[in-house]
Design a protein around this ligand. Structure first.
Ligand code: ADP
Ligand code: MG
Length: 245
């Protein structure tokens, strides 16, 4: 039995379960705790805004959940896997398939067209299949950019670039979408439009979504608001963290 099969055995087969996640950074002689026994549970279709003061560890949490960084301790279960127990190759494939990222700065590749950027996660997993192309075209239409298909990101507005980033994040129908201040560089109207689009598409895909935002009005659009305070959410399962529901 492989490590992956063993990991899948007792995991929540569909949701996200984070238990006692700890992360600290060294600063000279000192170790500074950023996340401290953080716990969180989500089920498919769940979305939550993550809020908290600058430097409190919001991005660090998304990096850990996104398997881009390793915690000091704690467990993460996502979609029936324990990503922290996978090899680095397995982790990269898992990340590509199961997690969609939307960053503050779109992170689109300037030398690729809109369509090619949206297809990147499929390319990273190997050959692009016709079904990937169909889905990319559907998503590009969904975000209202079919007329921009062959354009390069440099020719797009900030709002349009974020729409491409949202389409790219959804390509593989990821179990979890992680968005780190995705509207931080947008004006109010575009921020609202991109947030609405992300939420609608997350619901359509049945994915889970965590979105860091500094905008209280946008945070209210999510099912829950989780306030990161001293390295954890207000209660063990992340509920009650300043819920706006
Ligand atoms: P937020 O996203 O909430 O603004 P971050 O997660 O980016 O906060 O950072 C939390 C804290 O961890 C900050 O004090 C930051 O300086 C520190 N930090 C983040 N990444 C590193 C790193 N790679 N090495 C050392 N310290 C870091
Ligand atoms: Mg941050």
């Amino acid at each position: 039995m492989t490590q992956q099969q063993r990991s899948a055995e007792s995991c929540d087969p569909v949701g996200l379960r984070v238990h006692k996640l700890c992360k600290s950074y060294r600063s000279g002689e000192q170790s500074i705790a950023i996340l401290n026994d953080l716990c969180l549970e989500l089920q498919p279709g769940d979305n939550a805004a993550i809020v908290g003061p600058s430097g409190c560890g919001k991005s660090t949490l998304l990096y850990l959940l996104g398997t881009l960084e390793q915690p000091d301790s704690g467990t993460i279960e996502l979609a029936g896997q324990r990503p922290l127990e996978l090899t680095s190759l397995e982790t990269a494939a898992f990340r590509n398939r199961s997690i969609g990222f939307v960053f503050q700065d779109h992170h689109l590749l300037p030398q690729l067209t809109v369509r090619e950027n949206v297809l990147l996660p499929a390319l990273a997993l190997g050959a692009v299949q016709p079904s990937d192309e169909e889905r990319a075209d559907l998503l590009i239409k969904r975000v209202g950019l079919e007329h921009r298909n062959r354009q390069f990101p440099g020719k797009l507005s900030g709002g349009e670039r974020q729409r491409v980033a949202v389409a790219r994040a959804l390509l593989m129908r990821p179990a979890l979408i992680l968005a780190d201040e995705p509207t931080g560089s947008l004006d109010e109207a575009n921020a609202e439009a991109v947030t609405n689009l992300m939420l609608e598409m997350q619901q359509e895909a049945g994915s889970m979504m965590l979105c860091v935002t500094h905008n209280p009005a946008l945070a209210k659009r999510f099912q829950r608001t989780l306030t990161l305070n001293q390295g954890r959410f207000a209660s063990p399962d992340g509920e009650g963290g300043n819920s706006t529901a």
